[in-house]
Design a protein around this ligand. Sequence first.
Ligand code: THU
Length: 160
Amino acid sequence: MNKREIKSTLIDYNSLAELDSKYRELIQKAKEAAEKAYAPYSKFRVGAAVLLENDVIIQGNNQENSAYPSGLCAERVAIFYANSNYPNVTIKAIAVTANTEKGFIKEPIPPCGSCLQVMLESENRRQNPIKVLLYGEDKITVAEGIKQFLPFNFNKEMLK
Ligand code: THU
């Protein structure tokens, strides 16, 4: 047998002041998006903001449904909008946060597995890592690319 250990790197920041203004703005857009989420069932309002290489910022938030599985996460709402409207523009970064009845989350939340898989497809499609900024009031976690979350992933090479 052979044991494989796969390493990922996540970088934590204690305050927004440590980030470039471009990323502070992106996080602000994600916070604004969270406040406009439609999440009457979970009351967990997630906001995402996607930064394109042409500097356009796309916002998305979770859209729930009384038929629960028909809803969609904030990240996929934003990424699918970006890829629908700007199919040939590279996604540089995505910021994600969430707002609850207690205010903005203190600790950052990672995107769910389905959203990571969708982000991985966008990253591979343009061959450009997507920077991920996960905002919580007490900590901001940053990853340089989706492979930090999915180091052993399913992708188009496996369909050959
Ligand atoms: N949710 C997101 O929008 N993004 C994630 O990455 C995790 C979960 C949403 C889905 C659902 O509307 C609510 O959060 C609770 O799971």
